[in-house]
Design a protein around this ligand. Sequence first.
Ligand code: NAD
Length: 260
Amino acid sequence: GLKGQVAVVTGSTSGIGQAMAHALAGEGVNVVLNGFGDPAKIEADRAALEKSAGVRAIYHGADMTKPGEIADLVAFAQREFGRLDILLNNAGVQHVAPVEEFPIEKWDQIIAINLTSAFHATRAAVPIMKAQGRGRIVNLASAHGLVASPFKSAYVAAKHGIVGFTKAIALETARSGITVNAICPGYVKTPLVEAQIADQAKARGIPVDRVVEDVILAAQPNKSFVEYPHLAGMLLYLVSDMGASTTGAALSVDGGWTAA
Ligand code: NAD
C-alpha cells in the first residue's frame, strides 16, 4: 500500500490539489501542502487533515513562479521525511481573453505556474526518486492539454506543453522505477472555474447564467462536471504498484470531451 509514503502536492490549498492531498492522506500518505491563501485558514486545514487522516501534513509556501522556492519545496520534503515518493504538479491559474488583448504579464505568469514550475519541481525530485529506485510524478494537465478552446491561449499552450514534458521525462526515467503521467480533466467545479465563468461571459458577450450551459457543459458529452473522486481514482491508480507500466501517458477524465 501507500502507507508511510511521502507526497508533495503543489497548489493544495484549494480545489483539485486540496482534494488530491486529502485522497492521498486517506491512504496513509504523508503530505507536503503548498499554495496561497489566508495563513490561519491554511494552518487550520493542515491540522484538520493531519488529525482526520492520521498522517503528517506539513506546509511550505513556495511561490510557483520562483525557481529557488520550488527547489526548496522538494528539498523540504526530503529534509522533513527523508524521502519523496509522489510529486503532484498541480498548481495552476487561468486567464480568459482574446489574444490581441491578452495581458503580457498574464501570459508569463500562466506559463511560469502551469508549465515551468513542473520543470523545476521535477528537476529537484528526480535525483531523490532515482536514488530510491522508485517514484511517481503526476502532472495535473487538462483536456486543454489535448484540444483547444478560444480565448485561453496561454493556458492551452502551457497544458499542451506539460503533456509533452510528461512524455520526455517518462522516457528519461523509464528504467529507474519512476513513472511520469498527465491527468487531463474536463471541467471541475473549483474556485478556478467559478471565476472563469464570469470572465467567459465577458469575453463572449453572453450572460453569466448561459456560460455553464452553453460553454462549460457544452464541451462535456456527459453534461456533468468532473468530481474530485473521479480524479482521485485515477491518481491513486497511477501512484500505486498497479500503475507501474503506465508512463508517459495523458489520461483523460473528461466525460467524453476529447472523444468528440
Ligand atoms: P484552484 O484555483 O482552486 O487552485 C489552484 C491552487 O494553486 C491554489 O492552491 C493556489 O493557491 C495555487 N497557486 C496559484 N498560484 C500559485 C503560485 N504562484 N504558487 C503556489 N501556488 C499557487 O484551481 P483548480 O481548479 O483546483 O486547479 C488545479 C489544477 O487543475 C490547475 O493546474 C488547473 O489548470 C487544473 N485543471 C482544472 C480544471 C477545472 O475545471 N477546475 C480542469 C482541468 C485542469
